[in-house]
Design a protein around this ligand. Sequence first.
Ligand SMILES: [Fe+2]
Ligand SMILES: [Fe+2]
Length: 278
Amino acid sequence: MNSNHVSPSSLQITRNELWLLSFYRESELAGALIMGRLAQQTDDDELRVRLTEHCAEEARHAWAWTETILEVGGTPLRISETYQSRYHALLGDPSSVLEVLALSQIFERRVVRHFRAHLSWPGTHPAVKRTLQQLIDDEVGHIRWVKDRLDAHAASHGESVVREMLERFQRADDKLYAELSEFRECLEKAFGTRRGEMSIESRLREIACDVLGRDGVDVAHDSSLAQLGADSLDLVSFMMAVEDAFQVEFTKQDQKTMHTLADVAARVRELRRPRQVA
Ligand SMILES: [Fe+2]
Ligand SMILES: [Fe+2]
């Protein structure tokens, strides 16, 4: 394998592109882990085979990005967030295998559309183009088997169940993708990659545990502050700690409209945005 020691001068892509490829790599790894876990848990024999193959292919994609990054003179960056962790922050834990499959359907359609767009970006390195094309072909296969599975569920349980789930996930995906796209030229600044840096959601959970005296396992992204036992004094302390941690200032109106940790995370992200774009 190539050496990991690469001087910045030998990097054949921009730092922003290196971040993006590292984000792709990390999201492929996250996909492999999710599919692998489902493969371990399912009682469905056919699904077990499909999910194991899917896991193997996503792991291979993570490796393809690793090799590509090395080939263009980089080394994969440690990325604290993935596309899937963003979904998680928006939607919480999927409650069933069906939800995971529906989400992966939306995600993989997005990946294919995004990779096609990336292929057309001017100045894209030939090695990156080659990997994008290769992965598009695989993702189309993933979309197909998952769609067959969702169609079978719709046929036996009613179309509306599957359709509504897909529509809900599509809305989340549109929101998330819009956020990512907005920062296309400065992804690292917007999403943070420094070693040890935590996502907004993780940091908020930590603050909630500290200030509200709750055990981390109880604190989900969609926990309402009231559920966490926050009385008005706790709430003031919590909001102050969040403002300090993220260097933001909430208005009174903000405080009235934020009911869950996810609301707080979304507002923090909005408040930080102008500073990061400037
Ligand atoms: Fe993939
Ligand atoms: Fe995939």
